[in-house]
Design a protein around this ligand. Structure first.
Ligand SMILES: NC(=O)c1ccc[n+]([C@@H]2O[C@H](COP(=O)([O-])OP(=O)(O)OC[C@H]3O[C@@H](n4cnc5c(N)ncnc54)[C@H](O)[C@@H]3O)[C@@H](O)[C@H]2O)c1
Length: 384
């Protein structure tokens, strides 16, 4: 490393070797200069912050902006919303530049390292592809896209431009979920035969009316939007899906897409699974859970947002389990999860390591949701 840095100094001093009485003295001098050069560039890299731009300044964007504020090596430098007033007040709050057109942001913000896409789902693909073509890494909110064709184009654009694609799955960073995943990896469940996720959430009609993209065919219903985290969680914990049978309905809202979905899954490992998701619950959120059952263990992580251990039973009981069961459950982790997620994004960019949840991983859940819709539409079992 140092020797490669020494080459320019060697060239510089080639004509001046008469100044040095011996070649060895000259060589030592060159190596010292090269070392100082390396120390200086390492120090300036250490001070370099990863610069972020957020596109879409709606409900979820403050979670990203607040998280970036708490990461010392990250910085929010620009935001964009097609509603310029919204972009302006967001930029004022977070002390950064604002734009109403994301193409202009991509053109002018040459220093931005990474774009975070926080727009409605139908725009994720076009913004991701443009950002990748502008040489930016991309973090896209869930779901990464609306269909596999879009997802493939996003993955290809990032690969072609040698930038990273991250898909937000912040619930994977909830403490109870990390414990559950560890228990699965350690084989503590014996043979896992069943997994369920239940989303009993409440979204009044005003929620859909306030932002007209919600509940449209173009942006999807409860399975593509609110429950997409839970569908992802079940697939991530249980493994690949073999077949799907689903029924969906629009039961209590005036929207184009489904507000309720029921799904039966067969996993490749032989286990069965169910998904129950609705936004119709009166009067408030009741449950957002995942339950895993094996021959030697049963765990339910619940609360309203996969943030609380409700059941923790294992045949090979140990002291750690007692602590887990009796410990205070972590608080509601919506914002907390984004912080953990973005810390990993920053580390991955800084160290040039692969994203933990990349486009290929996000695509797997999208494929599952697309096929749930297909099964419900044609009323038949779909084999993947
Ligand atoms: N990870 C999570 O827990 C979580 C939570 C909420 C929302 N989300 C996701 O975040 C995304 C945004 O959701 P939201 O609730 O913040 O929506 P929102 O409607 O509150 O905000 C979206 C914003 O994007 C802007 N916008 C739309 N098209 C644009 C374009 N082409 N260029 C620039 N701005 C544009 C809109 O004007 C709006 O301000 C969705 O993908 C949603 O599923 C994720």
């Amino acid at each position: 490393m140092i020797l490669s840095k020494a080459a320019p100094y060697r060239r510089l001093f080639a004509a001046q070797s008469h100044v040095f009485t011996e070649d060895i003295v000259l060589e030592r001098f060159i190596i010292t200069l090269a070392y100082l050069h390396q120390v200086k560039s390492a120090a300036s890299n250490m001070n370099k912050k990863i610069k972020f731009a957020i596109i879409g300044c709606g409900k979820v964007s403050p979670k990203h902006a607040e998280s970036l504020k708490s990461i010392p090596s990250a910085e929010l430098t620009a935001v964009c919303d097609k509603n310029e007033d919204r972009a302006k007040s967001f930029a004022k709050k977070y002390n950064c530049r604002h734009y109403a057109d994301y193409n202009e942001l991509l053109k002018k913000e040459k220093d931005a390292d990474c774009v975070i896409v926080c727009t409605p789902h139908a725009h994720h693909a076009e913004i991701t592809i443009s950002s990748a073509n502008a040489g930016k890494h991309v973090v896209t909110e869930k779901p990464m896209a609306m269909n596999l064709e879009e997802a493939d184009k996003m993955i290809a654009a990032c690969k072609k431009n040698n930038v990273k694609l991250f898909v937000v799955k912040q619930n994977r960073y909830n403490e109870p979920i990390k414990r559950l995943k560890d228990a699965i990896n350690q084989g503590r469940f014996g043979k896992i035969f069943y997994g369920n996720t239940t989303v009993y959430w409440s979204r009044p009609q005003e929620y859909y009316d306030e932002d007209p993209w919600r509940g449209t065919k173009a942006d999807g219903g409860v399975l593509m939007n609110q429950a997409s985290h839970h569908v992802d969680m079940l697939r991530w914990l249980m493994g690949d899906v073999e077949s799907i049978k689903a029924t969906t309905g629009t039961l209590t809202h005036k929207i184009e897409s489904e507000d309720t979905g029921l799904v039966i899954l067969k996993f490749r490992n032989g286990a069965l699974g169910t998904i129950v998701a609705t936004t119709c619950v009166f009067p408030h959120n009741l449950e957002g859970s995942v339950t895993i059952m094996g021959t030697k263990g049963t765990v339910k992580v619940g609360g309203v947002a996969l943030n609380k251990i409700d059941i923790w039973n294992f045949e090979d009981w140990n002291n750690d389990d007692e602590a887990i069961k009796t410990s205070q459950n972590p608080p509601n982790v919506h914002a907390f999860g984004h912080l953990e997620y973005l810390k990993e994004v920053v580390e991955s960019i800084e160290n040039d390591t692969p994203p933990k949840v990349d486009g290929v991983e996000g695509r797997k859940t999208l494929e599952l949701i697309n096929n749930i819709y297909k099964s419900a539409k044609f009323n038949k079992e779909i084999c993947l």
